[in-house]
Unconditional design. Structure first.
Length: 183
């Protein structure tokens, strides 16, 4: 089966060719697409729908509130048994109960209900992990290390200098002039 570059139309010699010999287009994976007759189809029945940021926030707030239901009575029990400071139980109640409610309200008001929309933090973490864990493959071209040709701008006319305008500076010229004055 013949494989052609999708960018320039150059026929490729082998199915293992990684880059187009004419334009340099990355050809890896193209042979599988051609042999399979297109991209593989994924079934929507088996895929699990990711939770939306709003739903995650509501779960976090509810979890915080329920954690307060467990921790505050334990702290009050410790106060009765060991004369543990009662203020710590009060602070824990404010943090857990009020914090849980505030987190749920924040999720309802500000966070998106679209599960496909990722937060900025998730995108930064995903891209960073992708860049850090990326392994070079055999035959991969190195990253560009120069300025692209399309950004070249010729120097302005005022910067051009004619070589006739340059005066040569030579050590021997000055010493020869000094010797001729002494005579």
């Amino acid at each position: 089966m013949k494989i052609y570059c999708p960018r320039c139309g150059q026929e490729q010699i082998s199915t293992e060719t990684r880059f187009c010999s004419r334009c340099g287009f990355l050809m890896s994976g193209l042979a599988e697409v051609v042999f399979n007759g297109g991209l593989p189809q994924t079934s929507d029945e088996n895929s699990i729908k990711p939770a939306s940021p709003r739903r995650k926030g509501l779960k976090q707030g509810g979890g915080l509130f329920l954690l307060g239901v467990i921790i505050v009575p334990i702290l009050l029990f410790l106060h009765e048994l060991f004369r543990f400071p009662e203020e710590i139980a009060g602070i824990a109640a404010v943090i857990f109960f009020l914090g849980g409610i505030v987190r749920m309200i924040y999720a309802l008001i500000f966070e998106s209900s679209n599960p496909a929309e990722k937060t900025l933090e998730e995108n930064v973490v995903r891209v960073t992990q992708k860049l850090m864990n990326r392994k070079k493959t055999i035959g991969e071209l190195p990253a560009s290390q120069s300025i692209p040709a399309d950004t070249y701008a010729p120097p302005r006319q005022a910067n051009w200098r004619d070589t006739n305008d340059l005066t040569p500076t030579s050590v021997t010229d000055n010493t020869t002039k000094l010797l001729s004055k002494d005579e």
